[in-house]
Every structure is written in structure tokens, then in C-alpha cells.
Design a protein. Structure first.
Ligand code: HEM
Length: 179
């Protein structure tokens, strides 16, 4: 998993709680490198699981809520750091429809070893989309936060439902853009 994910999570804790809290979380997670991540380095996914595990204990919030909140924050940081990747997209459904064929393709050029998920549009109208998400990391709640963060980026409001499918590691999001 790419370092920018870790540096952004730590930054969120520093900003939303305090630098002391972020230090405590890093210490308690007993990370391999004491939390000395660089944005362009790669680290095991298990390190993120350790950090989130400590956060569950310290905040009492469920994993899904923490990942969702992080997703919203992460979208803001990614869109700011790599604005060109979103250039030319005119709304949330437009962005989601090109996630696999354009947005994450550009990300792959920036970060060749990125662990990216797969998104497949299975139905789309002007205002609605059914989107399947596949990742062995099963970060569906993170994806929900990223989608809501992206909608906010375009000044749109969406409603969504998520269903876990029978296929391994696969979720389906049904998204509606509200007027
Ligand atoms: C439009 C909404 C977006 C959604 C729903 C989305 C979804 C995701 C998800 C769910 C992951 C976690 C990895 C996994 O599930 O296995 C991920 C990773 C990532 N995404 Fe996206 N993404 C979006 C937009 C973007 C944008 C705009 C950028 C950059 C400008 C970006 C860059 C990345 C990067 C760098 C990673 C980390 C890869 C790694 O850890 O190796 N994404 N994305």
C-alpha cells in the first residue's frame, strides 16, 4: 500500500485530534518503521490494519466508520495533490465511470506499484449508476468515503446503498445523484 495513504491518515489524526494523539496511535500500533512513512514508499497493508485497529480501541468507532471518514479526507488530499487527474470530469458519475480506464490509470503512471482496486460500471443513466468494486483488501467503506468526497468536490449530493455480492471480495454500489 502506497505511503501517501499512511501519511494522509496520520495527518488527519494530527489535524482532527492532535499531534499527540497521532503519536500515541503510532506508538501503540507498533509499526515496523515507527510511522516514518514517505508518500511514495510502499508498505504492507497489514500496517494500515494495525493503525485502524488501534483507532477502533481508542475511539470506540467501528472500522467501517473510521475508514469512511478517512475516505472523505483522503479524496480531498488526493484531488489537491493530483488535480490534473480529475481535470475534465464534470461530475461524480462521470468521474466514477472512468475510474478504471482513466483516473486510476493515471495514478498507476505516477505510482507504478500502486495496489489499485477494480471498478466496473454495470448500469448507468443520467442520475444513477450501479458500480461493482473488487479488491482483496475489501475497503468498501473507504470507497464510500472517497465517493462522497468526490461528490462534494463537484458540489453534488448523492445517496448510495452498498451490497456485498456472492463473488469473492466484490461489492456493488447503487448511486443516485440528488437534485
Ligand atoms: C473518484 C473516486 C475514487 C474512488 C471511489 C477511489 C477508490 C479507491 C479505493 C477504494 C482505493 C483503495 C485500494 C483498494 O480498495 O484496494 C484507492 C486507492 C488509491 N487511489 Fe483511488 N479512488 C478515487 C479517486 C482517486 C483519485 C482522484 C486519485 C488520485 C488523484 C486516486 C488515487 C489513489 C491512490 C494513490 C490509491 C492508493 C494505492 C495504493 O495504496 O497502492 N484515487 N482508490
Amino acid at each position: 500500500m502506497l505511503g501517501i495513504v499512511f501519511t494522509t491518515l496520520i495527518e488527519m489524526l494530527e489535524e482532527k485530534v492532535s499531534p499527540e494523539f497521532a503519536d500515541e496511535v503510532i506508538t501503540e500500533a507498533k509499526l515496523e518503521n515507527d510511522g516514518a512513512y514517505t508518500a511514495v514508499g510502499y508498505y504492507p497493508f497489514s500496517e494500515l490494519q494495525k493503525l485502524v485497529g488501534v483507532l477502533v480501541n481508542k475511539t470506540g468507532k467501528p472500522v467501517d466508520v473510521l475508514l469512511y471518514e478517512f475516505g472523505i479526507y483522503l479524496f480531498g488530499k488526493l484531488a489537491k495533490a493530483h488535480g490534473q487527474v480529475m481535470a475534465g470530469r464534470d461530475g461524480i458519475l462521470d468521474a466514477l465511470s472512468v475510474l478504471d480506464n482513466d483516473i486510476h490509470v493515471q495514478v498507476r503512471k505516477l505510482y507504478p506499484d500502486a495496489d489499485l482496486p477494480t471498478f466496473k460500471v454495470v448500469a448507468q443513466t443520467d442520475k444513477t449508476m450501479r458500480l461493482q468494486y473488487y479488491s482483496t483488501r475489501e475497503l468498501a467503506s473507504l470507497a464510500e468515503g472517497l465517493m462522497d468526497g468526490a461528490a462534494a468536490h463537484f458540489g453534488q449530493r448523492i445517496s448510495r446503498t452498498t451490497v456485498k455480492l456472492d463473488q469473492a471480495h466484490t461489492y456493488e454500489f447503487s448511486i443516485t445523484v440528488e437534485d
